[in-house]
Design a protein around this ligand. Structure first.
Ligand code: ZN
Length: 209
């Protein structure tokens, strides 16, 4: 456990140095689209969900009111029991060995503002007074805009990982605000992607593990 925490800290430190662009992903996500990475390696299967807060609780600002905090806590507790989110076919005989659920709060809006300010400047040249007023307004609205994501990581070891032929997603009924899930799947057989929605909430993995 300690080792994995150390490792993820190291990883995030490396990421922020090597690829600062990556840290802005939270601001780039698309509401209504959750991402899921699934990796099968040896007898292990790992699932990592990255879902916009809008799809889970309907907002992405930092919860401050009692009712918003309650919504977030309820959502987190639903993620704690993975069977609210997904189920693996029982023939795989898989046991959960690790789960981590967290909220990534995006706070990297400065660059966006810089960009907007450049445009403001151009506008000023044309119609100074009118635009100044509108721009101030835009600016305020953007400052209230926030994005966050629920990030949930589950690791299993399986008695017969190749027998997993299907993953179902009760996620769609657990969270009625949810949109689609874009899934990247990788195993020793190869990689595949899926787009899953609530009207057909499962993926077929026959021949893919
Ligand atoms: Zn968002």
């Amino acid at each position: 456990m300690k080792k994995s925490i150390y490792y993820s800290l190291l990883m995030s430190a490396m990421m922020s140095v090597a690829a600062a662009e990556e840290t802005r992903q939270v601001d780039k996500h698309e509401h209504g689209v959750g991402e899921l990475n699934i990796a099968v390696e040896g007898s292990a299967i790992n699932l990592e969900f990255m879902i916009p807060g809008a799809d889970i609780v309907g907002f992405e600002y930092e919860a401050k009111s009692d009712s918003d905090i309650a919504l977030v806590n309820t959502a987190l507790s639903k993620f704690q029991d993975f069977e609210n989110i997904f189920t693996l076919s029982s023939s795989g005989n898989c046991n959960l060995v690790d789960a981590e659920i967290e909220i990534n709060q995006g706070d990297d809006h400065e660059d966006e503002h810089d960009h907007e300010d450049e445009h403001d400047h151009e506008d000023e040249h044309e119609h100074e007074d009118e635009h100044d007023h509108e721009d101030e307004h835009d600016h305020d609205e953007h400052e209230e805009e926030a994005h966050n994501e629920f990030v949930a990581h589950y690791s299993f070891t399986c008695g017969n990982v190749k027998e997993i032929d299907r993953i179902d997603f009760p996620y769609f009924t657990t969270f009625p605000n949810s949109g689609e899930l874009e899934i990247q799947f990788v195993s020793e057989v190869g990689s595949t992607s899926f787009e899953v929605e609530g009207d057909k909430p499962f993926i077929d993995l026959k021949g893919k593990i």
